[in-house]
Design a protein around this ligand. Structure first.
Ligand code: ASP
Length: 330
């Protein structure tokens, strides 16, 4: 080979090597979502209902994935995914939220950015159409992490958040089940718990984010706050470990600090995401008597979705893979 040819070849490989350094191969990215865990059995589900859930979960995955694929942030993908589920009456968040013992909707939500550990949360709001948007406002436009009730709503109003009458959240189905439960103590005990929504995402820049939004638990006491708006319990994200969103019997998730516990096992004990998530949900939560599950994604795009209930509405859409939606236990 002539010297000039060798030089051309050398330059060519040098250029490729430099390109890899300047524009590293885009890492894995993707989104994982849940629409609540609980007594979700195929035997109780009509094919039409199942199709409705599957279609909505796919729509959510597509919307979140599109943002990530276009180079958008994990935070934006999580926010957009949760908005769709808040607006859908199928889930216990936003429209279609469960009701307190007083028959009103009281909503909780939180969001966290794994890049800088910034977080925002709201609890007990009654007139915010999309509570996750208010949680994000608290994160981005206030010096605080968590705001509750009237103060949170006033802050939302100042920032032009969309407000609605409480009746907007109350669907016919939830009102009927509330009326039934008022009458029947037995059903009250078995109160329907599932339907909280959440999303976690990893973007092309390697940033993680997590968010959760809920109406809480059916027949909860006026003023009760669950795990969903508690950073470290229902929601957590840290670029060095993982992003987690939880659903289930909130009191247990708060007592175990579930979301942060999973991250801590990875950070301090070098657990894989899967081992950390299984340890906290299938072992610790289960032993304490709590039920529910989590969705999580780590900085490398590994996904875990353990739950100890009959089912959990869930889905994932990762780069280089097809979207997957599941409802029941495998
Ligand atoms: N974790 C929520 C709460 O306790 C409820 C749920 O996920 O279904 O408020």
């Amino acid at each position: 080979m002539s010297l000039s040819k060798r030089f051309v070849l050398f330059s060519f490989f040098l250029l490729i090597a430099l390109t890899q350094i300047v524009f590293p191969q885009s890492t894995k990215f993707g989104i994982v979502i849940h629409g609540g865990a609980g007594t979700i059995l195929k035997s109780n589900m009509s094919p039409e209902r199942e199709a409705e859930y599957t279609a909505k979960l796919n729509e959510v995955l597509e919307a979140g994935y599109k943002i990530l694929n276009n180079g958008g942030t994990a935070l934006d993908a999580v926010n957009a995914a949760i908005n769709i589920m808040e607006d859908s009456p199928l889930f216990n968040a936003g429209k279609g939220a469960v009701l307190t013992e007083k028959g009103v909707a009281e909503l909780d939500a939180s969001i966290m950015d794994g890049k800088n550990l910034m977080a925002g949360a709201v609890a007990g709001v009654r007139h915010i159409k999309n509570p996750i948007n208010l949680a994000r406002l608290v994160m981005e436009k206030s010096p605080h992490v968590m705001m509750v009730g009237e103060g949170a709503e006033e802050f939302g109003k100042e920032n032009n958040i969309e407000m609605v009458d409480n009746s907007y959240f109350i669907t016919k189905e939830r009102w009927e089940s509330y009326q039934k439960m008022l009458k029947r103590e037995e059903e009250r005990k078995k109160a329907e718990k599932h339907g909280t929504v959440g999303a976690v995402a990893l973007d092309k820049n390697g940033n993680l984010a997590a968010g959760t939004s809920t109406g809480g638990m059916m027949m909860k006491k006026f003023g009760r706050v669950g795990d969903s708006p508690i950073i470290g319990a229902g929601t957590y994200a840290n670029n060095n470990t993982c992003a987690v969103s939880a659903t289930g019997y909130g009191e247990y998730f708060i007592r175990l600090g579930v979301a942060k516990d999973i991250s801590a096992l990875m950070e301090y004990k070098n657990y894989s995401l899967k081992d950390a998530a299984n340890e906290v949900i299938m072992n610790k939560l289960d032993k304490l008597g709590g039920d529910g599950g989590i969705i999580a994604i780590d900085k490398n795009g590994n996904v875990a979705m353990p739950f100890n209930t009959d089912g959990m509405y869930r889905g994932q859409y990762l780069s280089g893979e097809e979207p997957v939606v599941k409802i029941y236990k495998e």
